[in-house]
Design a binder for this molecule. Sequence first.
Ligand SMILES: [Zn+2]
Length: 85
Amino acid sequence: MMSPFAPTGTGWQPVRATDLRAAGSPPGTCERCGRTNIRFIHLISHATLGESLVGSECARRLCFGYSPEREEARLRKLWQRQSRG
Ligand SMILES: [Zn+2]
């Protein structure tokens, strides 16, 4: 299966977004800017730099064309459905 995300100019590619609340984990910290209390953490990957866990702002800045909000909206909906059922 092809990745739904196109390669980006910075070399960073989004891997997946995680809803830490739904996962039962404490809020996360962005590894790029140090921002704390992050509910939605984005795992991004670089061919030579490896992987990094970042908040939505850094994910959007590093991954050109990536829309963290869309992923977060999807996860939010998923979580609402799960907590209802
Ligand atoms: Zn950040």
